[in-house]
Design a binder for this molecule. Sequence first.
Ligand code: FAD
Length: 394
Amino acid sequence: SATKTVGELFGFDRLINDQERAIVDTVRDFGAKRLRPHVGEWFENGTLPVRDLAREFGALGLFGMHLEGYGCAGTSATEYGLACLEIEAVDSGLRSFMSVQGSLAMFALRAFGSDEQREEWLPRMAAGDAIGCFGLTEPDFGSNPAGMRTVAKRDGDDWVINGSKMWITNGSVADVAIVWARTDLEEGSRGVRGFVVPTDTKGFRSMVVKHKLSLRASITAELSFEDMRLPASAMLPGVTGLKGPLSCLNEARFGIVFGAVGAARDSLECALSYTADREVFDKPLSGYQISQTKLADMALEVGKAFLLAIQLGRIKDEGKIAPEQISLGKLNNVREAIAIARECRTLLGANGITLEYPVMRHANNLESVLTYEGTSEMHQLMIGKALTGQDAFR
Ligand code: FAD
């Protein structure tokens, strides 16, 4: 008998307009034709053809998609989220590529850069001719960036930066790095400032992180800065303190709220098709009650996650979203997505552990997504603080 998709069950069509639908169709088609055929190989080899992909993502307007001007597409936040969903349905590493370029590096320049900084970098980054990275995390400071040790000191008009950053997506392939460092301009973490660092600056070094078991179709690097001298004009003038990097993270987290739904939906679609074809004890696996319990529960969670993403998208498009609302989405949708990818893996049996199917690749990738852009525990603490008024971070 006829089958229904999760979207049909939940009536998703009523939630998105024609323009949003057109973006979904375009990005899904790009994913199917250009990305999906190669993603298993990229994951296996731990590489990504970043230069070629950057130009193709750029041509589609996927970089800095929801930013205004400087060659950016200027879409709504919801449209940007829907594009993230379709890219992450292929692979979380590819969505990371898009998030780091658009929501972290380009957003920092758009929101806090000088006119000269924006003009120098944004049009090239939007087109995919230049690649950016965002260096906040350090080897000893991830969830608590206020502890950062990277320091920028004045020397005449110049800045001299020393320190290191860890787990930096695109770090070894970037043309420009947005680097956050402690300065003596103000006390404590209020003195944190952002710097626009061309990666050919003397004293800048990157080293690829190897042997990852997660997000393999994404390049991750350690950055080190040794007496790295920059002109005064390299500092982002528009923000002081940690609210600079944290507001960039809110942009990227918003993309993850949608993106995680993509990884979950793709896993479920794979499990539905696999269980329909796979016969066990003389009938399709999809015909057994235990399978259907799993499939029904997963469909519910994919649908609920999408409803939450759309709700947050609409609030963001009104310009009213609060960080703890983004935490609701990031916590729930990534946590559910990883549970779904793992459950789908059980339905695929041994085949589920291979790269022939996407489920274990998604599950492994989502381990990183669970950790970066604020771990699940950090988001629980943010929601806890909103509910109780008490800060339990320390
Ligand atoms: P820790 O902060 O050491 O946390 C370890 C555990 O302790 C976690 O479970 C955490 O929830 C828990 N914990 C921490 N504090 C508390 C507390 N107060 N109460 C209870 N539990 C607590 N960073 C960038 O700056 N740029 C990037 O481009 C980037 N890309 C990344 C790509 C990948 C693949 C990965 C894995 C990470 C990336 N990161 C990037 C870093 C990422 O943001 C950090 O890994 C993340 O913030 C967590 O920091 P940590 O790994 O140091 O873990």
